[in-house]
Ligand binder design. Structure first.
Ligand code: GUE
Length: 286
């Protein structure tokens, strides 16, 4: 274990402390930020994530609203729930917990969210703003990864970053964020169609593993001293397993533990997006 730990849990705690101050200031202006979650169905992992998000809200003083729909909810019920939150002044930001049951269209549901209350940054308007270099609410996991690297002094300016995975919540938006002038990285976005993955990961100063394939990034695939970010969440024998193999710790310079890395940062950035939204909705920023 020679690598420095990119401690997401501790960094998230520091961010939550900063947010607590901003929430208190909002409350002094008579503004109470409120995060709502829409959970469709009863997947135990999703229930757990939603529970953690509400616990985080309590910690920093954000009010929280839970909306729950049955597994067999109709598109009309989901639309009514989303439109209800768009109209609800107590809700300053919200998310539709993904995945939703297969009979419902995820992109359709995301498109119904008021972009000004989109705490996940996954509404097409916000993703479009990101592409266009306009101010946008950014997706929580990519934002959390950038923040975690920055707070540990990992250089992104001019760095070669290899992102493994082209999903809508992580890989694709992360590539867009890192190639902005403010981050200034050179990004290689790898995926299941990549011919020689190791050829790309070996050249990288930073590897972000967001493929969801347990242990797929091994020590022989990375450059000595590289920073490694593990986004993978797979269940193997009742344990959470990431995309990094344990042997990377002896070769890398920085590694995110998993759990305790990207997950807590994702939740902290959700809170941060809610506070940003509440400040903006009430004319206190931007
Ligand atoms: N609309 C939407 N937004 C999301 O942000 C979203 C989503 N849907 N669907 C599911 C994924 C997954 N996700 C996680 C967040 C935190 C942890 C997390 O904090 N994990 C802890 C461990 C948790 C445990 O103890 O089981 C850790 O890594 O240390 C994990 C997973 C957010 N997601």
């Amino acid at each position: 274990m020679t690598a420095v730990t990119l401690d997401g849990k501790a960094t998230a705690a520091a961010i939550k402390a900063e947010l607590t101050v901003r929430v208190a200031a909002l409350r002094e202006h008579g503004v109470v930020p409120g995060l709502a979650t829409v959970l469709v169905g009863s997947d135990p992992a999703s229930q757990n994530y939603v529970r953690m998000k509400h616990r985080d809200c309590d910690e920093v003083g954000i009010a929280s609203i839970r909306v729950e729909l049955p597994e067999d909810a109709t598109a009309e019920q989901l639309r009514d729930a989303i439109e209800g939150l768009n109209q609800d002044p107590a809700c300053t930001g919200y998310i539709v917990q993904l995945p939703i049951p297969k009979h419902l269209d995820e992109n359709w549901a995301l498109s119904l969210i008021d972009p000004d209350k989109d705490a996940d940054g996954l509404h097409p308007i916000n993703l479009g703003r990101l592409v266009l270099n306009e101010p946008a609410t950014l997706p929580c996991t990519p934002r959390g990864i950038v923040e975690l690297l920055r707070r540990h002094g990992v250089e992104l300016n001019g760095a070669e970053v290899c992102v493994v995975g082209r999903g809508i919540t992580v890989g694709r938006p992360l590539g867009l964020i890192l190639t902005r002038r403010s981050e200034n990285s050179t990004v290689t976005l790898c995926h299941t169609g990549t011919r020689d993955l190791a050829d790309h990961t070996r050249r990288a100063d930073v590897v972000v593993a967001a493929a969801g394939v347990p242990g797929m990034i091994t020590a022989d695939m990375i450059r000595e001293g590289a920073a490694l970010v593990d986004v993978g969440v797979s269940r193997v024998d009742g344990k959470t397993v990431g995309d990094l193999a344990p042997d990377v710790w002896d070769k890398a310079g920085f590694v995110t533990p998993n759990p305790g890395g990207v997950g807590p940062m994702t939740r902290a950035m959700l809170l941060s997006n809610v506070v940003d939204r509440a400040e903006q909705l009430h004319g206190l920023r931007r």
